[in-house]
Design a protein around this ligand. Sequence first.
Ligand SMILES: CC(C)(COP(=O)(O)OP(=O)(O)OC[C@H]1O[C@@H](n2cnc3c(N)ncnc32)[C@H](O)[C@@H]1OP(=O)(O)O)[C@@H](O)C(=O)NCCC(=O)NCCS
Length: 168
Amino acid sequence: MTAAEAGPRPGVVQLDVMNGDLRIERVRWWHLSAIARMETAIFGPEAWSEGVLWSELAAGHDYRAVLDGADGDRIAGYAGTAFGDAEAWINNIAVDAAHRRRGIAAMLMDDLLARARAGGAKSVFLEVAVDNAPAQRLYDRYGFYGIGVRKNYYQHTGTDAAVMRMDL
Ligand SMILES: CC(C)(COP(=O)(O)OP(=O)(O)OC[C@H]1O[C@@H](n2cnc3c(N)ncnc32)[C@H](O)[C@@H]1OP(=O)(O)O)[C@@H](O)C(=O)NCCC(=O)NCCS
């Protein structure tokens, strides 16, 4: 069974993380329309629809959002992770353009990696477009390394995806 099929990992520690006006919350259904709008603004034709995001929650994948209390509790960023027995997959991570370079992606990564570690995961995997330099810098910073390439992974551009792994 893959991590994506395995659903949430029982016993994963739930951390409430705050950083000034920023706080991390578990994503609930009422957050999904705002996240879908961010998806469209950020990923354009590759965006996940609100329906796909509903399916992600229904599948038990763990989504967390950073809310900015100084901006009316607006969602500033989010990340979705599928936890398996010994591995986790980061399905999605994105930060609203107006909130970038404030450490929000790092907050989400610290949180999800802490929960993966607490849940007994040994490795974390993700896919990233080969031309996405900011995201690759983020993953490099956390010790991810390339383990393969999925050719033409992104349908609308035909861009390849690098598959990356880190060992916890
Ligand atoms: C990639 C992304 C999530 C980073 O979010 P962010 O909140 O701005 O990132 P942070 O401020 O937490 O930065 C953490 C680290 O990531 C790296 N990084 C982030 N943005 C970067 C940029 N534009 N250029 C170079 N490095 C960058 C840096 O190493 C940074 O550490 P530093 O600030 O100490 O140099 C954001 O740019 C984004 O949402 N991009 C569009 C969606 C996307 O590509 N998602 C990833 C799909 S695989």
